[in-house]
Design a protein. Structure first.
Lengths: 191, 261
């Protein structure tokens, strides 16, 4: 489940053409695949399975096709989640999705701190973005491009090859979000 | 650091944005999408659209309005309230462009549906609307449909405590629309301490906002019609508050509606 209208508008605003689709033949025509997501992890993975998109997305990532996961879409890139039990993810970026230690969500605007030099995100260092999640990605430091501070520091942007995940909602982060989204897409397409 | 938030509220009745006074009197303001577009342009941290006549007459959520708002392409997180009575309603509201939903009458009628919404959408998407007034023994909870107030039930407190909802919209309903009249005692004496509160109803004064933001349980302050009295009101409030716990004022966006004039 995703809020397609918001991400579509944001992408139009920054000059991209957008197609919302679940048909691999149509998706193959795109330069960049974006996996948005709102809701609970098991429900989202079931939806991907029903649409026969699990293997497709794994193959696309393996061939270095640009792929961006947003919010729950980023968490789906991980190996496993513990939201409502254990659910296997797409396993495109090794790591686990776990709850915050206080058992509560991380909701609102938080500042990004870049922990690796990467042109995709470094110009957004110190800017605030809108987060809305109760679980977060925990994995090897080499995949972390940027973090945010909550109960502790957690991954806000992760990357493996041309697969990138952002935990926040760039499409709901006003101008800062549009700039970051454009930088990520341009960076991946021209990588 | 996670910032505290200034939430702009648009109240809608019979399809029109209205100014609401104490859940009782209403004055028309205009088209909801114009007010939402202003709040987006002014850099609100979140926008709450509350359609107050849906549950009163057992209507489903206002999808037509949500579609209109989706067409605006706002870049600000949108919270929707009004007529969410089933899990399917909640899913469709999110699919229609809202980022989070508010439940109110469901808290009185069927907490199992609140649990179901939380399981489907994640607790971060669920906000509990709790209109209260100070009573003899602390805050009393209003059922706006019957106009009767009672103590918070154990079932509701348990539902909140187990994490089915992420935040509480704590509404001083008697002082809604009354400048500077929000009763801070409602925050101090609210019986649930482990869930962030969004204070709403009669908040208009900078000193009062500053005091509310200093409370550890307050994650956001929501303001309704008081924002409509001047241009760039969100940015001006943030400048007046001048606090690092808030996101700095943002002047970047242009009005898309004005482009069509």
């Amino acid at each position: 489940m995703g809020n397609h209208a918001s991400i579509t508008h944001s992408l139009h605003d920054i000059g991209f053409r957008v197609r919302v689709d679940k048909d691999p033949a149509k998706l193959n025509q795109a330069d960049v695949l974006i996996l948005p997501g709102v809701g609970a992890y098991p429900v989202a993975m079931d939806a991907l399975k029903e649409r026969d998109l699990v293997v497709y997305l794994q193959e696309q990532a393996r061939t270095q096709r640009p792929l961006i996961g947003i919010c729950l879409g980023m968490q789906l890139l991980a190996s496993v989640s513990y939201e409502h039990g254990r659910t296997a993810g797409l396993d495109l970026i090794p790591g686990e999705v776990v709850p915050f230690s206080n058992g509560r969500g991380h909701i609102g605007w938080n500042t990004l701190k870049c922990v690796q030099s990467d042109p995709l995100v470094e110009s957004s260092d110190g800017q605030a973005f809108y987060f809305n999640h109760s679980f977060y990605y925990e994995g090897p430091a080499k995949y972390q491009l940027a973090v945010a501070a909550h109960t502790s520091s957690f991954s806000a942007v992760i990357r493996s090859g041309n697969t990138v995940g952002v935990q926040f909602h760039p499409e709901k982060s006003q101008e800062a979000g549009k700039t970051l989204l454009k930088n990520i897409i341009d960076g991946l397409v021209h990588a | 650091m996670l910032k505290k938030r200034l939430v702009g509220v648009v109240t809608i009745k019979n399809g029109w944005a209205v100014q609401s006074f104490g859940y009782d009197r209403y004055l028309p303001l205009g088209k909801p999408e114009c007010l939402v577009e202003n709040l987006d342009r002014w850099g609100a941290d979140e926008i709450l659209v509350q359609v107050i006549d849906r549950s009163v007459v057992a209507k489903s959520p206002d999808y037509e309005l949500l579609n209109k708002l989706a067409q605006l392409g706002i870049g600000t997180p949108l919270i929707y309230s009004g007529g969410v009575n089933t899990i399917e309603d909640g899913i469709r509201v999110i699919q229609s462009g809202a980022d989070r939903i508010v439940v109110d009458s469901l808290l009185h009628d069927d907490l199992s549906i609140v649990d179901g919404l939380s399981n489907q959408l994640g607790a971060q998407a669920i906000i509990a609307s709790i209109p209260v007034k100070m009573g003899r023994y602390g805050p009393e909870w209003l059922d706006y449909r019957t106009k009767l107030s009672t103590q918070l039930t154990k079932e509701l407190v348990d539902c909140i405590a187990k994490g089915a909802i992420s935040e509480i919209l704590l509404i001083d309903w008697r002082h809604e629309g009354a400048p500077g009249r929000f009763d801070s005692e409602l925050v101090h004496q609210f019986p649930v301490n482990n869930v962030p509160l969004i204070a709403f109803g009669g908040v208009s004064d900078i000193a009062q906002m500053s005091e509310l933001f200093s409370h550890p349980n307050i994650s956001a302050v929501a303001i309704g019609n008081f924002l409509n009295y001047r241009e760039n009101s969100i940015q001006r409030i943030k400048e007046d508050l001048d606090s690092p716990i808030l996101r700095p004022p943002n002047y970047a966006a242009e009005s898309t509606l004005l482009n069509n004039v």
